[in-house]
Ligand binder design. Sequence first.
Ligand SMILES: Cc1cc2nc3c(=O)[nH]c(=O)nc-3n(C[C@H](O)[C@H](O)[C@H](O)COP(=O)(O)OP(=O)(O)OC[C@H]3O[C@@H](n4cnc5c(N)ncnc54)[C@H](O)[C@@H]3O)c2cc1C
Length: 405
Amino acid sequence: MTAPLVIVGAGHAAGQLFASLLQEGFKGDVTVIGEEPYLPYQRPPLSKKFLAGEMELDRLYVRPPAFYDKAGAGLMLGTRVAAIDRTARTVVTAAGTTVPYATLVIATGSRPRRLALPGADLDGVFYLRAIADVQAIQSRFAAGKRLVIVGGGYIGLELAAVAVKQGLQVTVLEQAPRLMARGVGPIVSTFYERIHREAGVTVVTGCAVTGFEGGDRVEQVACDSSRHAADIVVVGVGALPNVELARDAGLAVDNGIVVDDRCRTDDPAIYAIGDCTNQLHPLVGQRLRLESVHNALEQAKAAAAAICGKKLPQVQTPWFWSDQYDVKLQTAGLSGGHSDAVVRGDPGRGRSFAVFYLKDGVLIAVDAVNRVPEFMTSKQLIAGGARPDPARLGDERIDMKNIRG
Ligand SMILES: Cc1cc2nc3c(=O)[nH]c(=O)nc-3n(C[C@H](O)[C@H](O)[C@H](O)COP(=O)(O)OP(=O)(O)OC[C@H]3O[C@@H](n4cnc5c(N)ncnc54)[C@H](O)[C@@H]3O)c2cc1C
């Protein structure tokens, strides 16, 4: 019997870690401690099908309840961990219960960045991270209501797509000059602005919110040069990693819990996985704090392999997706610092194209809009450090299978 393993946080990364530990043959007791009252669940549908009422709650679970019962998992749900005692090798819950560990995995995820602005606490101002947030937002959804979304990132825009389809009057306020500026290149931002406008969403860029106004409830959102009437406001302006437990326990934290290639912190008995981490990505060549399902899954698999003394899985190109209306965006790699952008297809008219980003001739990223072959091939090419011919990349007549580096 191996000594007990404790996972703090019962989110997507924790759910995958539990499954991967079983797969790798881990024989010890595993206890999962999560603040939310749910088994590990997937968050992407919260701004897509679950929000739209097209998906049942039990379909969100990473694994069904029977999986944990059969595996004999120790589940402490609805339980917040308040501290880690590295000397005693225990975690202490907010209620004061002490849980011993031989190996600890921190999988505490991230939380929405809150706006410290006047009126930010007014009734009707929401954030979107958890099932409870969706339920609160849905309780105010009704055709004709005015929804103002602060932040034109992927969560805000997915929410806009669902809400406008349900007949709400939707306004998106974005501080940057373009939408999804952190995630995609300018060509793709322009495309998304067009499809949202075509769907009836009011998009205002370059608009810094200065406060929320109203009596009992929010009634309008104030910007530096305009005011926008609102019945509901949802703020989606980025996320902060939940690093406080690690920091207070004296672990290295630098924009996320610092981990090595095995997802181990600077304490050999403690690992960290998912949104809360900061790790050197060998294919990108820099330390990254990624907020994506792919990262959560890959780090969970790597940690499970490391804990069980197995070979680490091969590192993959980071990737991400977003669903808005009938449009699936898939991005691979990181486009920051690119020297050339090559377009395949027509972003100005259709709803299907890809933008390839090259740096000194090397393909470093792709934004693929309803283009699965472009996405799949690029992922491989990026991982291999390929130097594809830009003219061939941009030529629709050449099958992606025949693009090489
Ligand atoms: C609305 C939304 C849409 C998204 N869409 C996409 C998408 O389309 N594609 C994509 O790739 N990614 C998407 N993401 C991001 C993706 O869901 C996250 O990257 C992923 O959930 C990270 O998994 P995690 O386990 O690290 O964190 P989480 O899933 O956030 O889990 C962390 C858990 O730890 C708990 N916790 C925190 N502190 C404590 C504590 N002290 N004690 C006990 N428990 C604690 C939290 O309550 C939480 O339940 C989306 C995220 C959101 C919010």
